[in-house]
Design a protein around this ligand. Sequence first.
Ligand code: GRF
Length: 217
Amino acid sequence: MTSAPKKKFAALISGRGSNMASLLAAAEKPDFHAEPTLVLSNKADAPGLSVAERAGVPTKVISHRDFASRAEYDATLDETLKEAGVDIICLAGFMRLFTEEFVTSWTGKLINIHPSLLPSFPGLNVQQKTLDAGVRVSGCTVHFVDAGTDTGPIIGQAVVPIDPNDDDASLSARILGQEHKLYPRCLDLIAQEKIWLEAGRVRYATDFRIDQSLSLP
Ligand code: GRF
């Protein structure tokens, strides 16, 4: 029996790229169902770019500063990703909002990771808002992207307990540890078509099983 060809993914970054690095590392395993085809940044000085280069993955910078409008930027992004044969776009700290047109054209193929248990604490400065709210658990969420900010259908979540002594940095680090496990796992499941988006809802294959390890601190 021949196995299905691997899905091609692009990681979009604006900075450090630690989630991107976790996806590239996971994709090195032979049984992973997706392969990186491009790491794209809107910032030429994103530290993650050199991480991708060292891993031998093609990189590209498309600076938003070179475009007069969001629509023109997104159209170039769209063209670049399609030319590269990308099946799945993984947003990994890509600090840009998209036009509705771009989101619609990639519906079900555009995913993001966010450092909270959505729908709680969307947006920016997430960990500080989490601490200020006094909640006892937080975590991270991988979701399909829709036209809103951090509002798309949820694919997977990992729970992280909050220590009474946590500050922004310690909580961020603990959540990040889970992000690096959750994101590759979700990408692998989407690439295998065990998870997909249908009529605005996330569907799971009947043989899908929750991976309990993702909820461990
Ligand atoms: C992560 O916390 C991710 O959840 C959020 O942006 C941060 C990116 O970090 N979307 P890194 O660049 O992947 O290290």
